[in-house]
Design a protein around this ligand. Structure first.
Ligand code: SF4
Length: 986
């Protein structure tokens, strides 16, 4: 733990007996008095609200768990009826340091998901052709044996990469990656490239950590590029802290072409043209630089300016003053007037906002998630330019500033870690994208269809790429090819558009039906949260311990962890493959590991402060986590980069040439705090532990220089020297490209506060609230193209079109249209395929090879089920799906899918019907190849597939990073010039 971690005086965050711990029985935080005190959670009585006006008492055992609906992992309390054993409701967990007893609407709606009459209760196996809709019930044993046999065969043939696990939002830290490592497969695939890849690259290039952790509650200025208050990455935990900050006087600046709920709360709303944000941010940066209103001392100490001058301006004196002059020269072209021309925001408004930013001092809390970083080519520069403002204002690691995410996260070490996989998977990490964050997941169907490989076993895990990814019909074309995908097992709580194309549909648990461990950067501190199967815990409290979560979950619904342990044993029943040993109990060699073994060991050995807190309560660490569901590890964490490193310790050496400090690898570090460069050890097998700053060794940042990298030698050396500094590129939806009378930039990415992608399709309360996604269009534009509110329009992309209604509103800037992406769920069967609360029955046809049409036959309709509410469905709208008509736009550096589209919007034709979709996958493929041609493939220096210092899930061995027979490419030296304003194109 950092010696410089600051704590509030007298507080011990791990101690429920301290006066401000929300879980303390009689000492709730202010505002939590209405919650049942934790010491009575085992037996709580309250009146049944539904029985009113009768006073009917219900007795509950209250079990903490974690919401599974978005990445925030807020705490929940499940009220399990002591009489019936049923879950009656979910409320917030006041003992959770991230969510602090609060939830958004999606948390309590977990109850809908548990009770959903449409959910899958038993394993199902395909009958007939894949995708034709024939299903039969099978046993877990059937599925396990078949999958284990296939995986074992692939491993024995030494073809481990024929096994792939494709995860949506994981909602857990590390369990499944450990499983894949134990199997020795580089088969992890994720959804990151359709979500956060752009944002991650922008941050990673600066500081080595790929996400920000803004300290909103203590900020003087909050700058958001997105609708972060209503639908942000850590939605509810961040929203409550943004509001706290505002209440304390923080100014809120929101950059968003759409008047979101977030923008409506702002002091300054800047509806910049989508993709032009870097120009706006650099104009603000220029104001700070030319006005000498930046934190010179912070920049001098922590930015790699010497490296820049040495490499690019050896003609200049190696002094900070000459760097400041160079900064002024470099950014001189980013005037307010230039930014106005690019963004459409008046220069004077930008100047006022720049003044606000200048006044932030070291307390600028800024976040960019999704928005243009997920929308346009070069979107990662939005994050890079945004963090430039943090650097200039010295708001890095400060109270009210923005920290690296890993400081505010605690990922404990599991009992024993399998070795790194020995091979590299080019289906997920192709040579064209050496800098991608992370796997090129949305290109998988194209890679398969163009013959780059095939899979024996493909797991889709709570993931719905047919619907969620761009270009879903290419996914259908690949998933129906049994020669390309031998077995597809969908691990999912519900039917989905993708599960329909599986061979097995395996029902896994929802929020209150599974074990998971997680930790997220919700504020300037760290915590762990424990998701648990609540009816199992309730049964255990009642003296009825369960050996397997299926015993207490609905039907045969299983938690994934027990599934993976069991599958691993069946792959290697006698241990001869060396796999089984990773799934044996730490203290009972030869015996199968249980979830209690796994988490019990972690809580005992890898979470500082937890054993002591548990001992004070007279319980085991596992018992403590079962009781409270969360534990606060650290509080008020700031300025870790400035932590001193003890150079007097044995084995610590300073490299005089670079100033980097090397030392023995710390063995107690959590998994999220990695020594860097992980794969390139220092002298004598040491690892990097710091950097020399002004003659003192400091912890620094995990970048090649140990400092914040204004100048990225990685971009320079890997073929992108012109982008090595924070800069701006013109995007595929730039204003200048809108040349036709019906051309618009489409923003298709925004979330609604009550829904999240496909995960909430099974929550009736939420779908009753939100079930339409009209196309937002400005009144001026509507008049220009001749449509009125509610009229149908065709929205045309490069690979298809859809028909939807318009919503005419001044809440969107002229020239831009927007549509929320949650809607348009479909099913191919009148009664099955996707939850009927949220989907329409459609007719999907392939009219010729590559040509697909979809027509909605019915919208939402009442249906008979065990839930009387299903017969009361009053809404008919289910929205219109967009992602099918989006061809892939892989950014050549980050690999992110650039979601924004240049579209033509015209009044619908006489034969068009709402919900119509037409797709040409041949056109999709052409666009994919055009974007692929923009890449500058590896290998990079040293014959590497990827820079070793960049983060990568399931990192293979050092040998696997090198391409046999390849040697270093020549390093490219940049010009020291930013690209001229007229040629900023990739
Ligand atoms: S923000 Fe809402 S959906 Fe996300 S974890 Fe929290 S309660 Fe669940």
């Amino acid at each position: 733990m950092s010696q410089t971690t600051r704590r509030r005086p007298g507080s011990d965050p791990g101690d429920p007996g301290s006066t401000d711990h929300p879980a303390a029985g009689g000492a709730m935080q202010p505002g939590f008095e209405a919650f049942p005190p934790a010491d009575r959670w085992d037996d709580w009585t309250e009146l049944d609200a539904k029985a009113w006006p009768e006073r009917v008492e219900r007795r509950y055992t209250i079990v903490p768990t974690t919401c599974f609906n978005c990445e925030s992992a807020c705490g929940l309390l499940a009220y399990v009826d002591k009489e019936t054993g049923e879950i009656r409701k979910f409320e917030g967990n006041p003992a959770h340091p991230g969510s602090r007893g609060r939830n958004c609407a999606k948390g309590p709606a977990t109850r809908n998901q548990v009770d959903d009459p449409e959910r899958i209760l038993h394993p199902m196996r395909r009958t007939g052709p894949r995708g034709a809709g024939g299903w039969e019930r099978c046993t877990w044993d059937d599925a396990l044996d078949d999958l284990a046999t296939r995986i074992r065969a692939a491993l024995v043939r030494d073809e481990p990469n024929k096994v792939m696990y494709h995860v949506g939002r994981p909602g857990e830290d590390g369990f499944t990656e450990r499983v894949l490592a134990a199997w020795g497969v580089d088969g992890h695939n994720s959804h990151t490239n359709i979500c956060s890849a752009g944002g991650r690259v922008g941050y990673a290039l600066w500081m080595g950590y790929d996400r920000p952790s803004p300290d909103y509650a203590n900020a003087r200025v909050i700058l958001l590029i997105s609708a972060h208050l209503e639908s942000g990455h850590y939605f509810n935990p961040h929203a409550q802290r943004i509001i706290e900050g505002k209440r304390r006087g923080a100014r809120l600046i929101v950059i968003d072409p759409r008047l979101s709920n977030t923008a409506s709360q702002a002091d300054h709303w800047l509806p910049a043209w989508p993709g032009s944000e870097p120009a706006l941010l650099l104009a603000i940066a220029r104001e700070l630089i030319v006005g000498d209103r930046f934190d010179r001392e912070f920049v001098r100490r922590w930015v790699n300016w010497e490296e820049y001058l040495g490499a690019e301006r050896p003609d200049l004196p190696l002094t900070f003053e000459s760097f400041v002059d160079e900064l002024k020269r470099l950014y001189d072209g980013y005037t307010l007037e230039y930014a106005e021309a690019e963004t459409g925001i008046p220069a004077e408004q930008i100047r006022v906002v720049a003044d606000e930013v200048a006044r932030a001092g070291g307390a600028l809390a800024a976040h960019n998630w999704r928005a243009s970083s997920a929308g346009v080519i070069g979107g990662w520069l939005t994050a890079r330019c945004l963090f430039f403002l943090n650097v200039l204002t010295g708001s890095v690691g400060t109270p009210g500033g923005t920290s690296p995410n890993a400081w505010d996260k605690w990922v404990p070490r599991p009992p024993y870690m399998p070795p790194h996989p020995k091979q590299w998977n080019e289906l997920t990490w192709p040579r064209e994208y050496p800098l991608a964050f992370f796997e090129m997941s949305f290109l998988l169907p194209h890679f398969l269809l163009e013959g780059r490989g095939a899979l024996d076993v493909y797991f889709s895990r709570v993931y719905n790429p047919v619907w969620t990814n761009p270009d879903g019909m290419s996914w259908v074309e690949a998933l129906t090819r049994e020669d390309l995908i031998g077995r597809h097992a969908a691990l999912t709580p519900v039917w989905s558009e993708t599960a329909w194309y599986a061979d097995y549909v395996l029902p896994v648990g929802l929020g209150g039906e599974r074990h998971d461990l997680h930790s997220y950067e919700t504020h300037a501190g760290s915590w762990i949260g424990f998701r648990q199967p609540v009816t199992r815990v309730a049964a255990e409290r009642d003296g009825r311990p369960a050996a397997d979560t299926r015993e207490t979950n609905p039907g045969e619904v299983w938690e994934e962890n027990e599934f993976w342990i069991e599958l691993s044993w069946r792959i290697d029943p006698d241990g001869s493959l060396g796999i089984r040993r990773w799934f044996e109990a730490p203290d009972r060699p030869g015996e199968k590991m249980t979830v209690d073994d796994y988490y019990g060991w972690i809580f005992e050995h890898s979470v500082p402060g937890l054993p002591a807190a548990a001992a004070r309560e007279g319980v085991t660490p596992l018992g403590y986590m079962r009781k409270y569901g969360a534990f606060e590890v650290e509080r008020d964490v700031y300025a870790r980069h400035d932590d001193p490193v003890d150079t007097g310790r044995p084995g610590v050496v300073v490299d005089d040439a670079t100033g980097l400090v090397f030392g023995p690898k710390p063995d107690a570090a959590p998994l999220n705090v990695v020594p860097v460069p992980l794969m390139a050890p220092g002298p004598g097998g040491t690892v990097r532990v710091g950097v020399d700053v002004d003659g003192g060794a400091r912890r620094g940042f995990p970048t090649p220089s140990g400092r914040l990298e204004f100048y990225s030698t990685t971009l320079r050396d890997w073929g992108w020297p012109e982008l090595a500094l924070p800069t701006y590129v013109v995007s595929q939806v730039a204003r200048e490209r809108m040349t036709g009378p019906n051309d618009f930039a489409l923003i298709p990415t925004f979330r609604l506060p009550v829904l999240v992608h496909t995960r909430t399709g099974n929550a009736k309360w939420l779908n009753e609230i939100a079930h339409a996604n009209p196309v937002w269009i400005h009144p001026v534009d509507a008049a220009r193209i001749g449509v009125r509110n509610g009229d149908l329009v065709r929205v045309e992309t490069d690979s298809g079109y859809l028909v939807n209604r318009v919503w005419v509103t001044e809440g969107i800037r002229p020239g831009v249209v927007a549509c929320s992406h949650h809607m348009g769920r479909w099913r191919l069967d009148p009664e099955a395929g996707t939850d009927r609360w949220s989907s329409g029955h459609v007719d999907l046809r392939q009219t010729e090879p590559g040509r697909w049409t979809m027509r909605r036959l019915t919208g939402a309709r009442p249906f008979a089920s065990s839930d009387p509410d299903s017969s009361r469905i009053w809404w008919r709208d289910v929205g219109v799906h967009q992602n099918l008509i989006f061809p892939p736009h892989p950014d050549p550096i980050s690999g992110a899918h650039a979601w924004h589209q240049k579209v033509a919007v015209r009044p619908a034709g006489p034969d068009d019907r709402e919900g119509d979709i037409s797709v040409d996958t041949g056109a999709s493929r052409r666009v994919y190849r055009e974007w692929l041609a923009l890449t500058r493939p590896g290998p990079g220096p040293g014959g590497l597939r990827r820079p070793e210092w960049l983060l990568r899930p399931l990192r293979p061995t050092a040998d696997a990073y090198r391409i046999p027979g390849e040697t270093a490419v020549a390093a490219v030296t940049g010009s020291g010039e930013l690209p001229s304003p007229d040629t900023r194109r990739i």
